[in-house]
Design a protein around this ligand. Structure first.
Ligand SMILES: [Zn+2]
Length: 121
C-alpha cells in the first residue's frame, strides 16, 4: 500500500513531545562524556561527577604546562639580556610569578576549552 509509510509518519508527528520536553528540562549534557545527567549533579562547568575528577586532574597538569611554556621564554629573556641588570635578579621573580599565575589562569580555560572541543569533534 502506498499510504502506509506516510500514515506511520503522521502518527508519530501528532504525538505530543511531552516526554522529550521533560527530558530536556531535567537533564543536561555533560561537557566531559556527553551523557545526559540531572542538572543539579553537574558543576558550574557542566562536568558530571564521574568526569570532574578526571578532567580536573588534566586541567591541573595542562595549566602548569601552559604556564611553564609562557614563563620559560620570559625567564630566559630576562636572564640572557644584560640590560636588565638595573634590577637585582630576585626582583624579576615577581613579574615571573605574575606571568606564571596568568599562565595558570589562561591554561585552565584553554584546557577546558580544548577538552570540550575534542569531545564535540
Ligand atoms: Zn561526564
Amino acid at each position: 500500500m502506498p499510504g502506509t509509510g506516510k500514515q506511520k509518519f503522521d502518527v508519530s508527528a501528532k504525538t505530543p513531545p511531552a516526554a522529550r520536553t521533560t527530558l530536556e528540562f531535567t537533564g543536561t549534557v555533560c561537557s566531559g562524556c556527553g551523557e545526559v545527567h540531572p542538572e543539579d549533579t553537574l558543576d558550574e562547568n557542566r562536568w558530571c561527577a564521574d568526569c570532574q575528577e578526571r578532567v580536573q586532574r588534566r586541567v591541573r597538569i595542562g595549566q602548569h604546562a601552559i604556564a611553564a611554556l609562557i614563563v620559560l621564554p620570559f625567564a630566559v629573556w630576562v636572564v640572557t639580556l644584560e640590560k636588565f641588570e638595573f634590577l637585582p635578579g630576585y626582583a624579576w621573580l615577581l613579574p615571573l610569578a605574575a606571568a606564571y599565575y596568568l599562565g595558570l589562569r589562561i591554561g585552565r580555560e584553554a584546557i577546558k576549552g580544548y577538552l570540550r572541543w575534542r569531545r564535540v569533534r
